[in-house]
Design a protein around this ligand. Structure first.
Ligand SMILES: CC(C)(COP(=O)(O)OP(=O)(O)OC[C@H]1O[C@@H](n2cnc3c(N)ncnc32)[C@H](O)[C@@H]1OP(=O)(O)O)[C@@H](O)C(=O)NCCC(=O)NCCS
Length: 128
């Protein structure tokens, strides 16, 4: 994993990419304003899913956010996105509310999730 900056020129943004040589296989982005961190985007390319990469990516991103002063994080996720909701729950996020019809194409409610930073869970378990 490595930081990269070509996706965002906004000075509030933090972003992390999952690179395999020159290939970007996943990324996560957040905006940090004061103590508030808003996780705005996360995606892992299909062949790389279910291997723990998203969990490690979000964990690393939120460490960067903490270094910028972030003390809490919130995000929106489609209410039908069980994989992402499970992922965020496993990192310590809790459901905090619903934003009605937040998404379009297709129209869907957003589940709002939030957590206190720094995260209290490990990104992955060391097998040794
Ligand atoms: C959601 C997404 C980022 C997960 O990426 P990933 O690298 O596969 O996730 P991880 O391997 O790190 O999984 C971590 C945890 O998330 C949950 N999870 C991940 N994929 C899941 C799935 N398909 N079904 C149920 N739970 C899932 C599990 O709790 C998993 O822990 P476990 O493997 O110990 O059970 C990926 O599926 C994706 O890019 N989806 C499309 C974009 C998207 O939905 N982004 C989120 C926007 S809010």
């Amino acid at each position: 994993m490595a930081e990269f900056d070509f996706l965002a020129s906004d000075e509030r943004s933090v972003q992390i990419g999952l690179w395999f040589r020159e290939h970007l296989a996943g990324y996560a982005m957040a905006l940090v304003e004061g103590q508030d961190c808003h996780l705005i985007n996360l995606a892992i390319e299909a062949p790389y899913r279910k291997q723990g990469w998203a969990k490690r990516l979000v964990h690393t991103l939120l460490e960067l956010a903490v270094n910028r002063g972030g003390r809490r994080c919130h995000l929106e996720v489609r209410s039908s996105n069980d994989a992402a909701i499970q992922l965020y729950t496993s990192l310590g996020f809790q459901k905090a509310g619903i934003r009605l019809r937040y998404y379009s194409k297709p129209t869907e409610d957003a589940c709002v999730m939030e957590c206190i930073l720094p995260l209290q869970v490990a990104a992955y378990t060391d097998p040794s």
